[in-house]
Design a protein around this ligand. Structure first.
Ligand code: ADP
Ligand code: ZN
Length: 731
């Protein structure tokens, strides 16, 4: 009999201990397979982390321990899901993030292999069938049969479904002249791209590659201005690594926003490329995953979760736009792909290349200290100038176009000129919908989401009020529910309103809008981007989605309709986020041969995040922002962890949070700043009351020990859920 220790997913997610089951069957269960077990009268999927043989009987075992041992219902996998490296990584990630192992597993495995009950309806493997020659003998065959036999002989193998004369083939098969072989089929349709010869690298690109190759450092940070040709550096390095027999992991923030990156890799490396992102069907993901695991694809291009791809013998890991927040998972286990990349790099003795025009402050500070090796691309390709920029102070009434009030004279005039020259423009407004909120003109009532408590946004296209945090919607009201007033004010503006405004001021201009409303259907995003690239529109209006790495050769104007959005958010990252967004957006202008301009409208014309972004000067911003972080004891000068407590009863949640705060105060003494308990921006989630605590500290090792102790003490109380977020982004 075997005693098996399994991890299971259970409502109380902090449950991080294995449960024991017995198995009397004759399969030798291995570590790393999934089994079906009964827990609290439900069959759930468990993940085996330990197996032990025993000669004892069930009765003996049960009398030794003081609980009942039940039997495994069934064994799901024949062989372990994770290889040695990934098993090590599982431990390392779970330990670094203080996260339950089961949650790490769920992040690591594709949905169809994940230890969840729902994954048992996993997609089956799809096959292609081929005819192959078995006996080269034309005796007694009809002419038609001989013709087909010769064809198959000549082609070596022929896809079964490509053969028109089914009956002839069937007969040959029956006679034993040909046979059928099966091969796994890849469900993801990959276009058959032509190989593209790489362009001659520029001197700057060559210098970066040389420095990278000659250094024995492990982690590199490439700071390269927008349009400096970083992609070509990724491709050259990848080619090198592949030629040396190793494999490459290329991470991008979001595939639908960067379809070009996938295309570049497919052009260069063809069938060797596997693609992993969230828009794939479970079946497609499953195929890609297995192709990687079997070593059939040695280049993986994917989003955050692809960092766990079962790629063997990794030689290089690249994170494009390393500052992007989508690399941080905002649910358990709250991991950051950069951290995992470095762990895997260490295990594989592979180099890690982080790259961005606007690196995260944490990474850039590590570069400063020599923890990461800094690389620079300071000029655009062909010495193309960075766009010239202009900040427009919207507080000054003279700057505002009286016909619009949303646009300044400068922006309106520039749009006019761009249209006259038949070039293209991008307008960035980092807020979707029509207005930001709706007020009653008479009593001031603000329409809010009943669950989240935040103001609802008006969406004109369907005349609804929508919550931008949860999926709450309601029809736009006729009157104020408080006082009956008919006149309601729509305050502020979003993408919808800007599009309407552009169409009003420039009736002949063709516009496209890109935000998460217009792109409800994910394939809409690459379609819109492609349409704009093909000049099917003159002006593209959108949220931060349009600021990412796109390369539109004909865009010569970027207008930032309101640069201040985000600057007033209560987060120490708000300056950094605003700077990154504005810089990246400006970087879309004038990338090819025509010079570009950018116009930045703002009510805070002297805010350093805006002025330095306008100057495209990352280094100045970095120094200034570092000073602010030092004064406020925020990262990179401190480490952060947040603790979130959720429960049904608000009073009890508050009490429990205070208990935890007391505990933390006692343990840390004065070695950490403990902020809270605070009520988060969204105070209620899924019907549960939320409170949180933020810790700022210098010594992560010590903090780790204290937090572990906290989990032991407070993590098992079934009335509360306790989450720890190491290096949190949102709190
Ligand atoms: P970044 O990612 O740094 O913003 P890209 O990688 O998008 O910049 O490159 C900008 C443009 O320069 C692209 O159109 C790319 O095809 C082109 N490019 C890159 N390297 C070269 C090169 N060596 N020679 C010619 N064109 C290049
Ligand atoms: Zn809501």
């Amino acid at each position: 009999m075997q005693i098996v220790k399994v991890l299971i997913e259970y409502a109380n997610r902090t449950l991080n201990r294995p449960f024991s089951y017995v198995y009397k069957g004759n399969i030798k269960i291995q570590k790393g397979v999934r089994v079906l077990v009964n827990f609290n009268h439900r069959d759930i999927v468990g993940y085996v982390i330990d197996v032990e043989e025993t000669n004892k009987t069930l009765e003996e075992l049960e009398s030794e321990s003081d609980y009942r041992l039940s039997e495994i219902v069934s064994v799901i996998d024949q062989s372990p899901l994770l290889d040695k490296e990934l098993l090590t990584l599982l431990d390392e990630v779970s330990s670094y993030y203080l996260a339950p192992k089961i949650s790490v597993l769920q992040a690591m495995l594709p949905p169809s292999l994940s230890p969840r009950r729902s994954s048992l309806k996993a997609p089956k493997i799809a096959y292609d069938q081929y005819y192959e020659l078995l006996e080269d003998n034309e005796e007694d065959l009809t002419n038609k049969q001989i013709e087909l036999l010769r064809f198959i002989k000549q082609e070596k193998r022929v896809l079964k479904r490509d053969i028109k004369s089914k009956s002839v083939a069937d007969k040959l098969f029956e006679l034993g002249r040909i046979t059928i072989t099966k091969e796994e089929k890849r469900r993801l349709k990959i276009p058959d791209y032509k190989y593209e010869n790489p362009p001659e690298l520029t001197e700057d690109q060559k210098a970066v590659i040389k420095e990278f190759n000659e250094s024995s450092d492990q982690v590199f940070l490439l700071e390269g201005v927008t349009g400096s040709g970083k992609t070509e550096v990724y491709l050259s390095l990848s080619e090198q690594v592949l030629n040396s027999g190793k494999s490459v992991l290329m991470l991008v923030p979001e595939i639908s926003l960067t379809p070009m990156m996938v295309e570049y890799f497919l052009h260069r490396f063809k069938d060797n490329v596997a693609i992993l992102h969230s828009d794939l069907t479970p079946a497609e993901k499953y195929d890609e995953y297995r192709k990687i695991a079997k070593g059939e694809c040695r280049v993986v291009v994917g989003v955050r979760s692809a960092i766990f791809a079962p790629l063997k013998n990794i030689g290089l890991i690249i994170l494009d736009e390393e500052h992007t927040e989508s690399y941080k998972q905002d649910t358990l286990p709250f991991y950051h792909a950069r951290e995992i990349a470095i762990m895997r790099g260490r295990y594989n003795k592979a180099k890690v290349l982080l790259a961005s025009a606007t690196p995260s402050l944490e990474s850039r500070a590590r570069g400063q200290k020599g923890v990461y090796h800094m690389l620079y691309l300071k000029k655009r390709i062909n010495n193309q100038k960075l766009p010239s920029t202009r900040i427009v102070n919207m507080l000054d009434y003279n700057n505002i176009d009286r016909e619009s009030y949303i646009f300044s004279h400068a922006l309106r005039d520039s749009l006019h000129q761009v249209l006259a020259r038949n070039e293209q423009a991008i307008l960035l407004i980092n807020r979707r919908g029509f207005s930001t909120h709706v007020n009653c003109r008479s009593c001031g009532h603000v329409f809010k989401c009943p669950t989240c408590g935040i103001a609802l946004t008006y969406h004109k296209s369907d005349n609804m009020l929508k919550c931008h945090h949860c999926d709450y919607v309601e029809p736009y009201p006729e009157v104020c529910p408080e006082c009956g007033e008919k006149h309601l004010l729509k305050i502020g503006f979003g993408t919808e309103r800007i599009q309407e405004e552009v169409e009003r001021l420039f009736p002949s201009a063709r516009t496209l809008r890109l935000d998460s409303d217009s792109a409800k259907n994910k394939s809409k995003i690459p379609e819109t981007i492609e349409a704009f690239r093909k000049k099917e529109a003159d002006i593209l209006i959108g949220t931060q989605m349009i600021a990412k790495g796109h390369d539109f050769p004909d865009v010569t104007l970027v207008g930032i309709v309101l640069a201040d959005i985000g600057l007033n958010m209560p987060s120490f990252r708000s300056n950094e986020r605003a700077f990154q967004l504005i810089t990246q957006a400006i970087g879309r202008s004038g990338r090819k041969d025509k010079p570009g301009i950018a116009i930045i409208q703002t009510y805070m014309p002297s805010h350093y995040a805006i002025t330095y972004a306008a100057r495209q000067d990352y280094e100045l911003f970095y120094r200034k922002e570092m000073e602010m972080r030092r004064m406020q004891f925020y990262p990179p000068y401190s480490y952060l962890a947040s603790v979130t407590i959720r429960g049904k009863n608000e009073d009890k949640v508050i009490e429990q949070t205070y208990r935890i705060v007391d505990f933390l105060n006692e343990e840390f003494l004065d070695e950490a700043q403990i902020l809270g308990p605070s009520t988060p921006y969204i105070p209620v989630e899924m019907g549960l009351n939320v409170r949180s605590i933020l810790l700022k500290f210098r010594n992560p090792k010590k903090a780790h020990k204290i937090l572990e102790k906290m989990i032991d003490l407070f993590g098992t109380n079934s009335q509360f859920e306790l989450f720890i977020d190491i290096d949190p982004f949102n709190f």
